[in-house]
Design a protein around this ligand. Structure first.
Ligand code: PLP
Length: 368
């Protein structure tokens, strides 16, 4: 089976985790502090706050900016549901805006149209590893006086015009098992704002700035030392692994170029794409996309649909009254997208098998 994601864990990473396990301090100690410094340096920001998931990072980011009941937050309709769920967790109201079909990210025009007098923030998602047009989004946020949160869960190492994902606004990252930098579970908040960083540190640990002094309602979002040890050992390898993803993506594009009925993903000018996913669009729609996925499965090639429904069409959001919203691009993308393996552990034979499988699957669908 050619997997859609495959964590690479090398002996030095295993050893680092073993040392942490035997160190006598298992949670939020010196390794977490060192991982925070290294991650902040990698993203090019003064502060990185380690937490135990990307969802926790989003929740803390909203709370650290004082966003809560009565506030609206603009969220792209096409993302992992965690992006909008965090807004609900903060007690605020998500307002969905449509995305662009070329970068799968929040459409700056749709954002501008969705802002009301109650809007306090926008969450820009860098989906599949390609930065959205966060430069344009940041200027709208600055003009309208709202907070920019960058959900870079899938985009560690990505950049637009040389500015890293997560460095323009308050950044949030995931270290989940399939991510380009992975510790199984984990996350980061990044910021240039010292007050936001301090608040985030308190919020992740029971609202305490000083031990056992609860100043605000907080959570337990602390990171383990084993997590940080693994992340610290992996971080120096991230650039090479992201480069490898880029090479694999270029090879797939070479092998798949010119196929009717497919739109291939590409890095837009000025954007550094880190190819968390290589996401095709099957323009004939959902039935053809699902048939292609089934055909790949028969060839022992795993693929995935991120995501089969836009967030406003999820059952929870239907019950909250969002179901009748019209987000034409998000709705079409949910019918068309199919991610195929691009991770750095793939061989040339694997890449050929993936491309051959896609071409054969499309042909079968055309003659069925
Ligand atoms: C776009 C996006 N946002 C948020 C998250 C949440 O991260 P986590 O799973 O670490 O909580 C993910 C994770 O898959 C994601 O892809």
């Amino acid at each position: 089976m050619i997997r859609i994601a495959q964590p690479i864990i090398e002996p030095d990473e295993v050893e680092a985790v073993r040392e942490a396990l035997l160190s006598g301090q298992l949670a939020q100690g010196p390794r977490v502090a060192a991982f925070e410094r290294a991650f902040a340096e990698y993203v090019g920001v003064p502060h990185a706050v380690a937490v135990n998931s990307g969802t926790a990072a989003l929740h803390v980011a909203l709370l650290a900016h004082g966003i809560g009941a009565g506030d609206e937050v603009v969220v792209p309709a096409f993302s992992f549901a965690a992006t909008a769920n965090a807004v609900l967790q903060a007690g605020a109201t998500p307002v969905f805006a449509d995305v662009r079909e070329d970068d799968f990210g929040l459409d700056p025009k749709a954002l501008a149209a969705a802002i009301t007098s109650r809007t306090r923030a926008a969450i820009a998602v860098h989906l599949y590893g390609q930065p959205c047009d966060v430069a344009a989004i940041a200027s709208i946020c600055a003009e309208r006086g709202i907070v920019l949160i960058e959900d870079a869960a899938q985009a560690v190492g990505a950049a637009q015009d040389g500015v890293p994902a997560g460095a323009r606004g308050t950044g949030t990252f995931s270290l989940y098992a399939t991510k380009n930098l992975t510790t199984g579970e984990g996350g980061f908040l990044t910021t240039a704002d010292t007050a936001v960083a301090e608040r985030a540190r308190a919020l992740r640990s029971q609202g305490e700035r000083t031990r056992y002094v609860t100043e605000m309602l907080g959570w337990n979002y602390r990171m383990m030392e084993m997590t940080a040890a693994l992340g610290l050992a992996q971080l120096p390898k991230l650039e090479a692994r992201n480069e490898r993803r880029g090479e694999n993506a270029a090879r797939l594009t070479e092998l798949l170029a010119g196929q009717d009925g497919l739109v291939l993903p590409r890095a837009l000018p000025g954007r550094r794409h880190v190819w968390h996913q290589y996401t095709l669009r099957v323009t004939a729609g959902r039935a053809a996309r699902d048939a292609l996925q089934a055909s790949l499965r028969e060839r022992d090639i795993e693929s995935a649909v991120f995501y089969p429904a836009p967030i406003h069409r999820q059952p929870l959001y239907g019950r909250l009254g969002y179901g009748s919203a019209r987000m034409p691009v998000a709705e079409r993308l949910a019918d068309e997208v199919l991610s195929v393996p691009v991770h750095p552990a793939l061989s040339e034979d694997d890449l050929r098998a993936v491309a051959d499988g896609v071409i054969a699957g499309l042909r079968e669908a055309a003659t069925a």
